[in-house]
Design a protein around this ligand. Sequence first.
Ligand code: MSP
Length: 526
Amino acid sequence: MSDSTFYVTTPIYYVNDAPHIGHGYTTVMGDIITRWHRQRGEKVWYTTGTDEHGEKVLRKAQANGVTPQEWVDKLVEEEWKPLLKTIDAANDQFTRTTDPRHLEGAQAFWTALNERGAVYRGEFSGYYSVGAEEFVGDDDVIDGEGDDEGHKISKLDGSRVELISEENYFFRLSDYQQKLLDFYDANPLFIQPESARNEVISFVSRGLRDLSISRSTFDWGIPVPWDPKHIFYVWIEALLSYATSVGYGDDRERFDEVWPASIHLVGKDIARFHAVIWPAMLMAAGEEVPHRVFAHGWLLVGGQKMSKSKANGIRPDEIVDTFGSDAYRYYFARALTFGSDGSISWEDIHARYHAELANGFGNLASRVAAMIGKYFDGVLPAAGGRTEAEAKVIDTVAAAVRDADAAIEAVAPQDALAAIWRIVDELNGYITEQAPWKVAKDESGRDRLATILQTAAEGLRALAVLLNPVMPKASAALWEALGAEAALGALADQRIDAVAGWDQLPAGTTITKPASLFPRIETVAE
Ligand code: MSP
């Protein structure tokens, strides 16, 4: 196995407001992917954080009558950090762009680029979208309609733009048009999925203008070191947080150990920044470009993109308070195709919770444990002779492990869960067909009964390991019920590639009935 670090990032989120489930979505998917890679035995680093500068945040603070620093400090502590607990994220790091380490790293980066001649001073006169924190070219601006009547809007994302005119510093982004096109060509997996890749290639093919990298009409940002009347344009320092958070600017050794990033997970709205501006910046600085940018789709509520401004923004804890963090994580990973837009609804969460988690998985675990309790006093028996039915269970587990692992590699958590669920379905079918309660009626079936329940227990062991990245709490409860820790060690130390090995739980292990993993939920909120 290579010594390199599997380094995954989420976008750093704007702290103009509290998080909604769109933000929770990216963070949960990254968490599932990184937990899986940890269980492959890889060195992993998972960063998330907050993007605190820029005009959007500044205006929000002003509207609330506080300084921007007070605003971000309060929101980060009261909303953004607690979100990670709510959704049970095991990030290694939380980066804030107001952190002095980030400030110094970002300044060092641009000072170096300035010294290399990649930056020049000029006048910017054109459109800016505060909503997207983006300079928008004249040919991407159109007249708004409906609610936007009388305003100019950006064709890129539909946000309103404002005409600004100010003195700026520019980065020679136009020098990188051909270099980027060549790079995409040589690295077909750099920007995924295909739809995002096509969009980025067509955007770059239309021509790149030099990019304004500073603002001089307000001061909520990182000062440009060689001309402190300017602050850096928020995106060109925010992107740098991926590097400054792993040592860029203050710990070269650490940076070299972790960089380049393995995957930047982003929503499709910001794929352009990550796949165009960011690699060009890194190329200009002579640093390595990330391996992949993966752009996921929108969460749709009632057919519309969910967002705070549309007032259809749902807070993660509204769902977690009712269904728990495991079900929350499971739902978003299973019900949507990562990379495409997908509709979510309370009814769908409720239905899947009961059908797949409570009845499918939870019930399986409690039935098997209860039967070992009833027929073997809670002591795992040794298996007797195996039949084709057991061979099928064992094969199903082996195939599911392979397919799930390949799916995570392909950044498709929904396919990984579909593969793992073949084990749940196989075990439920196996128990129905083998009907251990009938076999138990006759003392001569004792050996057969032992084989059936040992096979089911081994299947549950495999499920606890495979589901740990997705549902850590239920998996821990199951691991404990299986008495697995004593013989096999901590759940987090179980390796994915060892899951399919059979007869791991030793005969004689004490099995207890887990507390209901997914208790029925009677009330449905409107
Ligand atoms: N601050 C920038 C990112 C800088 S990264 C160097 C930003 N922040 S944001 O708060 O607007 O967060 C955007 C991210 O939140 C999206 O890219 C996506 O990951 C997530 N989502 C926000 N709304 C979403 C949906 N409705 N659906 C899915 N994800 C969404 O852009």
